[in-house]
Design a protein around this ligand. Structure first.
Ligand SMILES: *Cc1c(COP(=O)(O)O)cnc(C)c1O
Length: 364
């Protein structure tokens, strides 16, 4: 048996008629930038996230970047980021000329450790970016409390957490703003690049709306030195169709995860830990093993595809070489990079495939 890591085509085929009709509708409408398809998806996505505003943008990196611009982050400012995340979280800060300042995760949740946060705050700190890594919410309450005390913004990186809940409430408006990616492989994925920011803060929403469109609210009137980062209406139309199925697809991911959690029994493998206040959406199902490379090869030889998220933490990437002052060694992030392995996960894995993954891992 061959078990792919994730396949994108089945999600399209499941909804082919609806998606094709939605895309054809945009082509037929004559609106190729903005317009009703974008307005509709923004309204639907805001409602889904229990947020007052959703602003569609070109991709997840731009969602982070434009939110940082709206929060007034500029050259020399500091932004607190997890030491273990996809590099986009860091790049969004660097894009502003700001310095990404690392905080290590809690070892068993892989999310930013609120207890280590305060020590990283300086007078230059403008924003904290917790990432809901692998689809599991970070511990937002203590993070928000510390941020309020120091009067700094919190921007959630929710690129992996569409539909996840923190203490019962959907991710989407806990912090000042929330950045989303609809990269095709995410839980809610477009047919290309797409992203959004959600927020309850009308002022930030208004500013991001202008920033994505050349800093303009009114044609040829430019209040800010803005950008071109608009959500494509064809993507918006496809996303609106898929959004209606997101909960069902996440439920299938939860089913797979629950089987992995209860049936994988191998002392060489550490399963993910879920705090009782977290309802993850399992963007990734990440186990840890000391013999990670051997495990990956063993599974690969058995036809099971796995990936490593992420093999190199941002601070060890060439892109950040010689750019960081202060500590440059983040042992928890570095340990994770050597031990994490993402198992096949997605709404279209069938029971036999899941059973085969479990049986094979238990033989390692
Ligand atoms: C995917 C991702 C992003 C970036 O999204 P793009 O749409 O690819 O720009 C940012 N942060 C995290 C944690 C991600 O997983």
């Amino acid at each position: 048996m061959k078990v792919p890591f994730l396949e994108l085509r089945p999600a399209y085929l499941e909804l082919k008629n609806e998606i094709d009709a939605a895309v054809a509708g945009v082509l037929d409408s004559g609106w190729y930038i903005g317009g009703p398809a974008v307005d509709t998806f923004e309204a639907d996505f805001a409602a889904y996230c229990d947020a007052k505003h959703a602003i569609g943008v070109a991709n997840g990196l731009d969602a982070l970047h434009l939110a940082l611009v709206a929060m007034g982050v500029g050259a020399g400012d500091e932004v607190i980021v997890p030491s273990n995340t996809f590099i986009a979280t860091w790049l969004a800060c660097s894009y502003r000329g700001a310095v990404p300042v690392s905080v290590e995760p809690v070892a068993n949740t892989h999310n930013l450790d609120p207890e280590k946060l305060e020590a990283a705050i300086t007078p230059k700190t403008k924003v904290i970016i917790p990432v809901h890594l692998y689809g599991q919410p970070a511990d937002l309450e203590p993070i928000l409390a510390i941020a309020r005390k120091h009067k700094i913004y919190v921007l959630e990186d929710a690129a992996q957490a569409h539909g996840a809940r923190y203490k019962g409430a959907r991710i989407g408006s806990h912090a000042d703003a929330v950045a989303w990616s609809f990269y095709p492989g995410k839980n809610l994925g477009a047919l290309g690049d797409a992203g959004a920011v959600t927020t309850n803060n009308a002022e930030l929403a208004d500013k991001i709306k202008a920033l994505r469109n050349y800093g303009s609210r009114q044609k040829y009137v430019h209040e800010y030195q803005g950008f071109n980062s608009r959500l494509d209406p064809i993507q918006a139309a496809g996303l609106a169709v898929k959004l209606k199925h997101l909960d069902a697809w996440n439920a299938r991911r939860v089913k797979v995860a629950n089987r992995y959690l209860s049936e994988i029994k191998n002392p060489k493998i550490t399963l993910p830990f879920v705090p009782n206040w977290a309802e993850p959406v399992w963007h990734l199902f990440v186990v840890q093993a000391k013999e990670r490379d051997g495990l990956q090869k063993f599974l690969g030889d058995a036809g099971i595809s796995t990936l490593i998220h992420y093999p190199t933490p941002p601070h060890l990437q060439e892109a950040y070489k010689n750019t960081l002052s202060g500590p440059q060694h983040w042992p928890i992030a570095e340990h994770m990079a050597k031990t994490v392995l993402s198992l096949p996960m997605g709404p279209h894995l069938n029971d036999d495939e899941v059973s085969y993954v479990i049986q094979t891992i238990n033989k390692f």
